[in-house]
Write a protein that binds this ligand. Structure first.
Ligand SMILES: *[C@@H]1O[C@H](CO)[C@@H](O)[C@H](O)[C@H]1NC(C)=O
Ligand SMILES: *[C@@H]1O[C@H](CO)[C@@H](O)[C@H](O)[C@H]1NC(C)=O
Ligand SMILES: *[C@@H]1O[C@H](CO)[C@@H](O)[C@H](O)[C@H]1NC(C)=O
Length: 610
């Protein structure tokens, strides 16, 4: 029997294992790891009360709940979900008694949810019954892990969500320009399905219709968004940029000079996470689009915060963990080995709204991915409980993963621009996030008419394989499945999964200034920050009347009181994976969600809530 078969057999007897038997795309096996090398090993402990997370969140987010808007304090969240002392003792006891690790070496993270210790490879292999290897990634970084899986005894495994590094690979990873622009595997990156086209004469161009060039005025007209902040000193809104996504102040000024004069000379307020620095050289594409749109729509009466996530990623799987760690201390475990531990632990300010225009993981059922994304979505849900609205782009790849349109093969691998089953994307498909798809003005139409889903790239939408459909979207999604869904085989998409996008907003052809000139840009990359700006403006209105920020908005958006807060998008589709994807339809659909917002109606519906 091969080792993997033995492991699988042992798993049935002993408890948990995570044993994908292939090396993830993007990694190349180099050699067995040196038995004497030290690695930081982390055990993410199962949290308490997670089965009640959804109930707790709905209690503050369901518009029918008497506790609507009464968000929890960070301390209350921490205490409620902290792993039990029994869980800590069991894992600790196993490490010390069975494995002979000295108790002094084992440390508990500040949030009490991660046990970490530095061990040699030989110790790790014996503890986890695993074979550790050294791999290299596409950027030439060395990564350590055990792609063949690992085993924990059953009495331990029930208290552990995941162990790093294992099938969840460790080691420093850069987020280089190269990896964002030519990724060919299931890695994270910005959305870049929409082209970038130079504009020669901006003055003439800006005069054309909103079907040919989308300016801030077009967005205001489309979404009935006439906004002057009145609570700017109380309200907060942020945008997250990962790694080497940077902006140039000169580009912002070029844009503001033409379209938003009160913002000339202004830049976002930097919240640097893990040393993130937007003045370094990097890729200006995503951050420039996000910042110009949000500062342009909000105006100088409302500051925008920029969460700039550092380039070097620690042993955790991706930069989303660094953002979450900075907000609430999750994923933090200060490790003495090298500089691999996360250092920004719950020490960064939280904004009421956070916009994210990146894809981080394909939403597939895979032992290397599922525990990671489920833990992330849990952490997002816990932050939602404290009143934060997370808004994310639904992706530029239609029913496939990312703009590289990766579809799932029967053997579990992903193939770019091929056929296969549909693949949703994280973070958009996490139910505690509001996912935003992309629309365009119909050629020749005015801003009074309903938009269509984008045709220049397929707007992301579909059904999760990791998260079941939440009750708040049951009616809307079932209506689509019963009346409008194409008759794909049941293996093509997961009818019982969380469906997205939730809403949509314009994603092409948006005028911005970048690298010293004007361009047409877009993508769901643009749609997310546009929608996030409107939600920030809703918060401004609620704060002015002494109410709380809206926090997690999905249960409200799908409820009857919000039915006319959206312009229904009924035209378009999101083809990929060798199919026509899903067609848009009356009501909610997995291309445009509930539709595009009507700000006045959206604001009034939220003002009517407690
Ligand atoms: C925006 O930030 C600047 C700099 O920190 C501050 O002086 C200003 O008061 C802020 N504006 C608002 C509306 O809070
Ligand atoms: C479909 O979604 C459900 C609910 O999240 C999940 O349990 C199931 O494993 C998914 N099916 C596939 C094939 O991924
Ligand atoms: C993908 O599917 C389409 C439509 O079913 C078919 O025409 C095409 O040949 C397939 N392509 C590949 C690479 O299998």
């Amino acid at each position: 029997m091969r080792l993997t078969q033995l492991l699988a057999l042992a798993a049935v007897i002993l408890g948990v294992t995570a044993a994908p038997q292939v090396i993830p795309s993007g990694l190349t096996l180099q050699r067995r790891a040196d038995p004497d090398a030290l690695i930081p090993l982390r055990f993410s402990l199962a949290q308490s009360n997670l089965d009640k997370l959804e109930t707790f969140v709905l209690d503050v987010a369901d518009p029918r709940s008497p506790n609507y808007g009464k968000h929890w304090s960070p301390a209350q969240v921490r205490e409620t979900f902290r792993p039990s002392q029994g869980a800590i003792d069991t894992v600790n006891g196993w490490l010390t008694d069975h494995a002979g690790i000295h108790a002094d070496k084992i440390k508990l993270s500040p949030n009490g949810d991660i046990l970490h210790l530095d061990v040699t490879i030989a110790e790790a292999e014996s503890l986890l019954q695993a074979e550790y290897n050294v791999y290299s990634d596409e950027d030439g970084n060395v990564r350590v892990g055990c792609h063949d899986g690992y085993i924990l005894p059953e009495h331990v495994s029930k208290h552990v969500d995941l162990v790093w590094p294992t099938v969840h690979f460790g080691g420093p990873r850069s987020f280089s320009r190269r990896s964002t622009s030519i990724i060919s595997s299931s890695r994270f990156g910005r959305e870049s399905g929409a082209p970038r086209l130079p504009i020669d004469n901006i003055a003439a161009f800006a005069e054309s219709g909103c079907d040919e060039s989308v300016t801030l005025d077009c967005l205001r007209a489309l979404y009935n968004f006439d906004f002057t902040p009145v609570s700017g000193d109380m309200n907060t809104v942020g945008v997250a940029e990962f790694g080497a996504s940077v902006y140039k102040p000169s580009d912002l000024d070029l844009f503001f000079n033409s379209f938003r004069s009160d913002q000339v000379g202004h830049t976002p307020t930097l919240i640097s996470v893990e040393g993130g620095d937007p003045t370094e050289s990097g890729d200006v594409d995503e951050a420039t689009l996000d910042i110009e749109l949000m500062m342009g729509l909000l105006g100088s009466g409302q500051n925008l915060s920029l969460y700039q996530i550092g380039k070097t990623v620690a042993v955790t799987p991706d930069p989303m963990d660094e953002l979450l760690a900075a907000l609430d201390g999750s994923y933090c475990s200060l490790s003495p080995v090298g500089s691999e531990g996360i250092t920004d632990c719950g020490n960064k300010p939280r904004t009421n709204v956070i916009s994210i225009s990146y894809h981080l993981h394909p939403d597939i059922n895979d032992p290397a991915i599922s525990p990671v994304v489920q833990r992330q979505c849990t952490e997002i849900g816990k932050l939602a409980l404290t009143g934060i609205t997370f808004i994310a782009s639904s992706g530029d790849g239609g029913v496939a993963y990312s703009q590289f349109e990766e579809c799932l093969q029967p053997d579990g691998s992903l193939v770019a621009f091929g056929n296969g089953s549909f693949v949703s994307q994280l973070p958009a498909s996490c139910p505690y996030i509001t996912a935003v798809g992309a629309t365009s003005v119909v050629p020749g139409a005015s801003t009074d008419q309903a938009e269509e889903s984008t045709t220049i790239f397929p707007s992301g939408g579909g059904f999760s394989n990791n998260f079941p459909r939440p009750a708040w979207q049951n009616y809307a999604v079932q209506n689509y499945l019963d009346n409008f869904a194409p008759s794909y085989a049941s293996s093509v998409f997961n009818r019982s999964g969380r469906a997205y996008p939730d809403v949509s907003a314009n994603g092409w052809p948006i005028v911005i200034a970048q690298n010293g000139g004007f361009i047409q840009s877009g993508g769901t990359s643009a749609s997310a920050p546009i929608f996030a700006s409107l939600i920030a403006a809703v918060n401004d209105a609620r704060l002015a009347t002494g109410k709380s920020p809206v926090g997690f908005i999905n249960p409200a958006l799908y409820s009857g009181a919000f039915a006319d807060a959206f312009n229904d998008v009924k035209v378009g589709s999101n083809p990929a994976c060798g199919t026509q994807g899903f067609p848009a339809a009356p009501g909610w659909d997995p291309v445009s969600g509930l539709g595009t917002p009507n700000f006045e109606k959206l604001k009034n519906a939220f003002l009517a809530l407690p």
